[in-house]
Design a protein around this ligand. Structure first.
Ligand SMILES: [Zn+2]
Length: 463
């Protein structure tokens, strides 16, 4: 049985979906004005793993991940670039799609854009005003009146006083209290706008997710997720609007993913200590990056370092190495021993998606497989098949084995050249020209390529 740590109750709870065998999941996506970095990759890969495992467990999943395409940062960047907001966001939506594909994440079932839901946001704000939960401030912007929503702070687990004293901005004249947040913001000259009962303007960020999630998934829905930094105020503010407007629960399980840190500091645009996904993937295979991110539990912070990526690479090499030399049949082989590993893997994943333990099960399985190969047992293919099947839940071991070993962004010699030299060596060996064959082997070794002969075939890998 699956249990999930619910940020709202601060404990693991048995997962009970609203509709049997179906899961509705909404994840706060990306604000599209720049390239995504590894901090974004962490949250996206974590929810990709969750999505994959829910499906593996037999659920039908509706996974919605929004795109924030209207926001102050977007307006500012478009202005700096002297381009339209639309051209900026279109460019970075394309980049986002490329990055997510390059990381091997499955596309969400729906990727709604905020600007496609403006009329529905306006009608939510009208409801909040009519219920006395929102007001027009002196500058004309519309705010949510936090004091009127009795449960405010229940996700952050703080009372109003504590939250207020922590609110870092000074009271803006237009607001009643510092925690009140903007629902509709009037546009200044040259800013994009939509007409509304309160004047030309744009919605505040916290409103879009309420509208897109509840329209696409219903209210309540099962899982709402995002990075840890979204818990407060973004998700708290979503609850206040959704439950304030409809008088019914908004979300059953709140899930939050830990940060990627560098030297114990959060990786972020504002600290300028980030690495973009595309830069990192130029240096490292995407499965190495996924392995690195999934080797820690999704709720803990992960420390980004060269050593950690190197560690991930050698761990992944060992898993792929276990699959070498095995012909995998297309039909599923039933095997009791292989099945025991699936049981252990699922126990780990059922425990709040404990990927570090799940990975350790894959290593046990790889060890069993190596033993089976060494002893020439007939269960090797079944074990290899299970290893590939379980690893795929984490988006790992998805490549043909030799192809995996033959990719190396750092190498000074490409695969075609290596194949050419191996063919030359084969000819030399056929002609019993051992000196020549040896010379080619050494030439390859100098370039970091190891070759192995087994019968008539020669395989190779980067060292
Ligand atoms: Zn959101």
């Amino acid at each position: 049985m699956l249990s999930i740590y619910n940020s709202k109750s601060k404990q693991k709870e048995i997962f009970k979906p609203i509709r049997a065998n179906e899961v509705s999941m909404y994840v706060c996506g990306i604000t599209v004005y720049d390239y995504c970095h590894i901090g974004h990759a962490r949250a996206m890969v974590a929810f990709d793993m969750i999505n994959r495992y829910l499906r593996y467990s037999g659920y039908t999943v509706k996974y919605v991940r929004n795109i924030t395409d209207i926001d102050d940062k977007i307006i500012k960047r478009a202005f700096e670039n002297k381009e339209s907001m639309q051209s900026l966001t279109t460019r970075f939506i394309n980049a986002l799609t490329e990055d997510m594909e390059a990381l091997g994440t499955l596309a969400p079932d729906l990727e709604p854009k905020a600007t496609d839901y403006i009329p529905q946001m306006i009608s939510l704000i009208e409801t909040l005003i009519s219920k006395g939960l929102a007001y027009g401030g002196s500058t004309g912007d519309v705010y949510f009146d936090v004091m009127q929503f009795k449960d405010y702070g229940k996700l952050a687990h703080k009372d109003l006083e504590a939250l207020e004293s922590g609110a870092r901005i000074a009271i803006e004249e237009a607001k009643k209290t510092p925690l009140d947040f903007v629902l509709w913001k009037l546009s200044k000259e040259n800013e994009p706008y939509w007409p509304s009962p309160w004047g030309n303007g744009r919605p505040g960020w916290h409103t879009e997710c309420v509208v897109m999630s509840s329209l696409e998934l219903g209210q309540p829905f099962d899982i709402h997720g995002g990075g840890n930094d979204l818990k407060f105020p973004h998700h708290e503010n979503e609850i206040a609007q959704a439950e304030g407007a409809c008088d019914k629960p908004f979300v059953n399980y709140w899930m939050h993913v830990g940060f990627v840190e560098i030297n114990k500091e959060k990786m972020s645009k504002s600290l300028n200590n980030f690495f973009t996904i595309r830069d990192v993937l130029r240096e490292w295979k995407h499965e190495v990056v996924r392995y690195f991110l999934l080797a820690s539990h999704y709720r803990s912070p992960v420390d980004y370092s060269l050593e950690a990526l190197e560690g991930a690479q050698s761990a992944l090499d060992r898993l792929y190495g276990a699959l070498r030399g095995i012909e995998l049949p297309t039909e599923i082989i039933k095997n009791e021993l292989a099945k025991t590993y699936e049981t252990r893997f699922m126990e780990a994943m059922d425990d709040d998606f404990n990927t570090p333990v799940a990975l350790s099960v894959l290593f046990d399985l790889a060890r069993e497989l190596n033993r089976s190969k060494a002893e020439g047992l007939d269960n090797a293919a079944a074990l290899a098949q299970m290893l590939k099947k379980l690893a795929a839940v984490l988006g790992l071991l998805t490549e043909p084995v030799e192809h995996y070993f033959q990719q190396d962004a750092h190498s000074a010699i490409d695969a075609d050249e290596i194949e050419r030299l191996i063919a030359l060596r084969r000819t030399a060996r056929a002609e019993k020209n051992w000196a020549k064959a040896d010379e080619i082997r050494q030439q390859l070794a100098q370039k970091g390529v190891m070759i192995e002969d087994s019968g008539d075939t020669t395989t190779w890998r980067y060292e």
